[in-house]
Design a protein around this ligand. Structure first.
Ligand code: MRU
Length: 362
């Protein structure tokens, strides 16, 4: 346990002890605690309960997870290994539906294993060792590429920010949602490093408070001037001229540029359009899903009603009767025509997104 997250990676893997290590994000900001994941059930629960969250961090965890669980499985031949790998990947993939990084990482790991499994080696134990070796390299590559992608997005994003700006962000697309740097926060960290003066406004982000508990915490503890605002205050900040740009992350970008992100993001984009403020979505290529044609095809996770009615209250703050229900989607989709640009590790994409996304993904 400690109090600083800036010297820690959000997700790591300990090769000697064969375990995934994550900062338990459900305990932040009060407690900075690393927890260790070793079984499929522990990993599933950690993702479903948002102990590890944010699309890129979920993807990196999934990569480590499939390697770890296949290393531990006692498959006695190639077929048994393949069967177990499909079962394990399907199970992990069912932990959360919206962030495409989860299925993307699991598919990449499976493809990597399949390439080696299809080799001409016939003796099972040596083939098994080769497959696990390839899977190990692949999951660490996914981790390293995430770090590199965030750094590159930071550089491109920085070109969109001027000194002295007020930046609004929603949810947490910070270092806690990736391995390091974050996506939407990467330009902010970089600007800070270069001595630029920014003021960041964090939407609280009901109902799970990722803006308050995570973004405000990580930015302010890095020495960046940060103001927390409830979700219904964004319009007032914009009207007062305090916001010069909005930077958000995303969980899945469709082929036409529609972008799913934390519930409330779409409303912020509509407000930004009204006030003539640029609205930027930061997206690693692992979050762009050309196989999903539009935002209407993105599955939106529905979460437990108690997150809205009870989680942060001393007593239930809503009625409890048969005529009452709770609407609790975890994400919404921002229409592509509200997005000024999509910042990727390979450059800044502009409309028409169908073309610019196809180009960058090709
Ligand atoms: O439910 P969460 O906390 O996993 O939602 C996270 C977000 O919506 C982030 O903005 C998104 O994953 C991008 S993270 C770089």
């Amino acid at each position: 346990m400690g109090t600083d997250i800036h010297h820690l990676d959000t997700v790591t893997f300990d090769d000697e002890l064969d375990r995934i290590e994550i900062i338990d994000q459900t305990l932040l900001p009060g407690i900075v605690k690393t927890i260790y994941l070793q079984t499929a059930e522990e990993i599933y629960e950690a993702i479903a309960r948002l102990q590890v969250r944010g699309a890129p961090a979920i993807g990196v965890t999934a990569g480590f997870a499939l390697y770890l669980l296949m290393k531990k499985c006692g498959a006695s031949d190639r077929n048994a290994f393949e069967k177990e790998m499909t079962k394990t990947a399907d199970y992990l993939n069912s932990s959360r539906p919206t962030a495409v990084n989860l299925s993307w990482a699991l598919n990449r790991m499976k493809k990597c294993a399949d390439r080696t499994l299809n080799s001409s080696v016939t003796e099972w134990q040596s083939l098994r060792e080769q497959v696990l070796d390839a899977m190990r390299r692949e999951c660490f590559a996914i981790r390293d590429e995430d770090i590199d992608a965030c750094r590159r997005m930071g550089e491109y994003g920085l070109s969109l920010i001027s000194d002295g700006s007020g930046i609004l962000t929603h949810c947490n697309a910070g270092r806690l949602a990736t391995v390091r740097y974050g996506t939407a926060t990467a330009p902010i960290y970089l600007a800070h490093e270069k001595g630029m003066h920014l003021h960041v406004y964090c939407d609280e982000t009901r109902p799970l408070l990722q803006g308050a508990r995570l973004t405000a915490f990580e930015l302010s503890s890095a020495g960046i001037e940060t103001t927390l605002a409830c979700d219904n205050m964004a319009s007032s900040l914009m009207k007062a001229g305090k916001i010069q740009a909005v930077f958000v992350g995303c969980d899945r970008v469709a082929a036409n540029g529609d972008a799913a992100n934390k519930i409330g993001t779409s409303g912020v984009a509509i407000l930004a359009r009204h006030y003539g403020i640029p609205f930027y979505v930061c997206a690693p290529l692992t979050t762009i899903d050309p196989a999903t044609p539009t935002g209407a095809d993105i599955v939106i996770e529905e979460r437990d009603p108690s997150e809205v009615t009870e989680l942060w209250y001393r007593e239930r703050m809503a009625p409890d009767n048969t005529c009452f229900s709770v609407y609790n989607p975890a994400f919404d989709v921002t229409d592509h025509d509200l997005i000024t640009a999509i910042v990727t590790p390979k450059g800044i994409l502009r409309a028409p997104y169908t073309d610019s996304i196809a180009d960058v993904m090709s």
